[in-house]
Design a protein around this ligand. Structure first.
Ligand code: NAP
Length: 470
């Protein structure tokens, strides 16, 4: 048999995970005209696009337009989508080995990190990742309940996810009603009593992970004012020095925006307050007699310079207690292992070198297994960052193909893989199914002046497709 990649013997690739990196990987594979490649994309959920659908905030529709590119990739005849098929359970990695020459894992970072402080498990303490998935209509999170009947909320962490959560908590129902937020979340937020939201950063303004447009947008909400205590918005001498040395304009601009919030708040009719805090770390969540979060004990930090030159936080002996009936920890996403794929737990990523999955015993690449995106490098960067990341992995794959290092599947025929999926998960969703669901969602949205009204339940999705087909 000739080397795969020809018309007669196409290179068969399985992509596991239909988020942005999965699509960027497929696009990159199709771009290389030297090889004939057939791609099957597997996704645990019925619908494609991963964090673009279930992570990007509903009031950031422009970012979601990247799906037009993914749609173009999916329309190619060499592409198939198997939605609602979980690799590791419905179909195993060994099953895939029997049908594909190469397998790429692009499953992203699906879960949250813990603070490891007392009281973290109290009622009212949640992971931001759960809240984000809930308001975005992720089928696994639609039944979550968040008690929004309290007045004060806290978000721990100062990354862009924290800003998203603060914004969604601080927007009016009218603002939210123009988005594709899940219907049940819109209803719950309509009755929210939250009027004060703290965002808590453990380092100073110059080290905040959020980006300038995101923090600026908080100041533009219809019914919320933003305030930062002047003593925390002012840079400490180490940050001042490091910023001057680095001549980092982007960070200097971000600090300016933060400091613009530290002026006295002019008289306003706005009813909600966002309070940006810096150099504080939660050390205890304090509950009431019913085990419900009521307050957070904070320690004030100071910064010190590490040998590597970065500024890290160190606790002082100054403490403070703030009211907080609900808290969302937003301190980064982490990956989830896939059965049969080596995992580096301490980093929450698949064990890999430049995208090649590595055998933990020999430290040598495992033939045919690759990874890209957040599950390869951790949860960092914007959606577009995953494009060059995917390109690096695809380059490694094509180098290996050239060198004759691929799996040797028993049955690389497209029919063989399809039969396997149909046997294991007869209710799988094709891309054509998704396009029909998409059309229905958008149509339901038009009726309400919204971008779409999402299906949030797999049974509802199946029923809608059946109704259409009938
Ligand atoms: P992130 O950017 O890594 O931010 C995590 C935040 O958590 C940082 O402020 C970090 O502080 C803090 N943190 C970590 N451990 C902590 C602890 N033990 N106690 C207190 N604070 C702690 O992560 P993210 O916000 O989850 O975002 C993930 C990625 O998605 C980022 O690249 C982000 O830019 C991107 N994203 C982009 C958008 C957008 O473009 N609009 C929206 C959402 C997400 P330290 O810096 O001190 O570690």
């Amino acid at each position: 048999m000739s080397k795969p990649g020809t018309e007669e013997n196409p290179l068969r690739v399985a992509i596991v995970g239909a988020g942005p990196t999965g699509f960027y990987s497929a696009e990159q594979l199709f771009k290389d005209r030297r090889y004939h490649v057939l791609v099957d994309m597997y996704e645990r959920l019925p619908t494609p696009f991963g964090l673009v659908r279930y992570g990007v905030a509903p009031d950031h529709q422009k970012i979601k337009s990247v799906t037009k590119l993914f749609d173009r990739v999916a329309q190619r005849p060499e592409f198939r989508f198997f939605g609602y098929v979980e690799i590791g359970t419905d179909v195993t990695v060994d099953d895939l080995r029997r049908h594909y020459h190469q397998i790429i894992f692009t499953t992203g970072a699906q879960t949250d990190r813990n603070l490891n402080i007392p009281g973290e498990d109290l009622e009212g303490s949640y992971a931001a990742t759960d809240f984000v998935a809930w308001y975005n209509g992720h089928p696994d999170f639609r039944d979550c309940e968040f008690d929004l009947s309290v007045e004060t909320a806290s978000v721990i962490g100062v990354g862009n996810v924290a800003v998203d959560v603060v914004r969604i908590l601080s927007r009016t129902p009218e603002e939210l009603a123009r988005t594709d937020i899940a219907d049940y979340a819109l209803e719950a937020l309509r009755h929210s009593k939250i009027r004060e939201v703290y965002m808590l950063g453990r380092r100073g303004p110059a080290q905040a992970a959020f980006t300038t447009p995101e923090i600026k947008e908080l100041g533009e909400l219809e019914d919320a004012v933003v305030w930062a205590p002047p003593e925390e918005a002012t840079l400490d001498p180490l940050s001042e020095e490091s910023l001057a040395e680095s001549a980092d304009r982007a960070t200097a601009r971000k600090v300016e925006v933060i400091q613009s919030y530290s002026q006295e708040i002019p008289e306003t009719t706005k009813t909600r307050r966002i309070i940006l805090r810096f150099l504080v770390s939660p050390v205890e969540f304090i509950g009431d007699e019913h085990g419900h979060l009521q307050q957070i004990r904070l320690v004030h930090n100071e910064l010190y310079k590490t040998d590597a030159g970065t500024l890290r936080p160190r606790a002082t002996d100054r403490e403070e207690i703030i009211p907080s009936g609900i808290a969302f920890r937003s301190i980064g996403y982490t990956g989830v292992p896939i059965y049969g794929v080596p995992f580096k737990s301490s980093w929450g990523v698949i064990l890999n070198r430049d995208g090649r999955v590595i055998d933990p015993d020999t430290q040598e690449p495992l033939t045919g297994l690759y990874t890209a995106g957040w599950i390869k490098r951790g949860a960092s960067g914007v959606i577009g960052t995953n494009k060059p990341d995917a390109a690096e992995t695809i380059e490694a794959m094509l180098d290996d193909l050239e060198a004759g290092r691929t799996l040797e599947p028993d049955d690389p025929s497209p029919e063989g893989a399809e039969a396997l999926v149909a046997a294991r998960k007869p209710t799988y969703f094709s891309y054509a199914d998704w396009l029909r669901l998409d059309e229905i969602e958008v149509k339901r949205g038009e009726e309400q002046g919204r971008p779409r009204v999402k299906f949030t339940d797999v049974h509802e999705m199946l029923a809608a497709l059946e109704k259409e087909a009938a």
